[in-house]
Design a binder for this molecule. Structure first.
Ligand SMILES: O=C(CO)[C@H](O)[C@H](O)COP(=O)(O)O
Length: 242
């Protein structure tokens, strides 16, 4: 058996491949996702700007506070969906990707802005390590589907989701602060630990949950991803498209 690379190396390979395949000289605006894999995508963009003298006019639109500061730290041009509502390509991570390219996102709590940026993008490209790839959602990611909600509505939303779809909905608690996590948008996060063995129609589930008053957005990204790049344990990069 050959040597396995680390998860970080796998993320890096996926991110660099995606940037080189999708961010070209004529790309004007790129959406920047959130999480640890996207850091390598921003590093690659910065390398091309600052070392290779390419992409100097490229505008980067962040999907979170983290992404905004990444863009600033690497001295890239900072945009916004106010100024740049049409994005050529967005590059983002995922917590899980199933065989139909339905994604769970929001493990890092940034799903609302991530979905807005993805929806503004002509192409939405996902970068991840091999542990995120699965046949069915829930096989790899066991923390449930993140849902961003208005704080005052969290109890009725929890009860409605459990009654309609089963499983358990839990309020995500902060680790080094008393009380729940507060998102970049001042909201709470629920994690819906769905019933693994049940067959869900994710499009329908997503639409139904989104309709509950007080729900701002779900971490289910259905029919949004154009292509996913997975850094594999053997050092290769596997691409998945529909
Ligand atoms: O959705 C996200 C944050 O809300 C991230 O994209 C997702 O959690 C993947 O992160 P990482 O690249 O660190 O595995």
């Amino acid at each position: 058996m050959g040597d396995e690379i680390s998860l970080d190396e796998a993320k890096k390979k996926a991110a660099r491949t995606a940037v080189d395949e999708w961010v070209k000289e004529d790309t004007k605006i790129v959406g920047i996702g959130s999480g640890s894999t996207v850091v390598y995508a921003v590093q690659r963009i910065a390398e091309r700007v600052w070392k290779d003298g390419e992409l100097t006019d490229l505008i980067c639109v962040p999907s979170s506070y983290q992404a905004q500061h990444l863009i600033l730290d690497y001295n890239l041009n900072l945009g916004s969906v106010d100024r740049n509502p049409i994005i050529d390509v967005a590059i983002d991570g995922a917590d899980e990707v199933d065989s139909n390219m339905v994604l769970i996102k929001g493990g890092g709590g940034c799903l609302l802005q991530e979905k807005v940026v993805a929806a503004c993008s002509k192409k939405f490209i996902v970068v991840a390590d091999y542990t995120k790839k699965s046949l069915h959602l829930g096989e790899q990611w066991c923390r449930g589907v993140p849902i961003e909600v208005a704080p005052m509505a969290q109890v009725p939303i929890k009860l409605q989701i459990e009654a309609m779809f089963g499983g358990e909905v839990v309020l995500r608690m902060a680790k080094v602060k008393a009380g729940p996590i507060i998102t970049d948008n001042g909201n709470f996060l629920l994690d819906w630990k769905f019933v693994g063995k049940r067959e869900y129609n994710w499009d329908e589930v997503n639409r139904t949950i989104t309709m509950i008053p007080g729900v701002l957005e779900t971490g289910l990204f259905v029919d949004m991803a154009h292509k996913c790049y997975f850094g594999m344990a053997d050092g290769s990069v596997k691409a998945q498209s529909k």
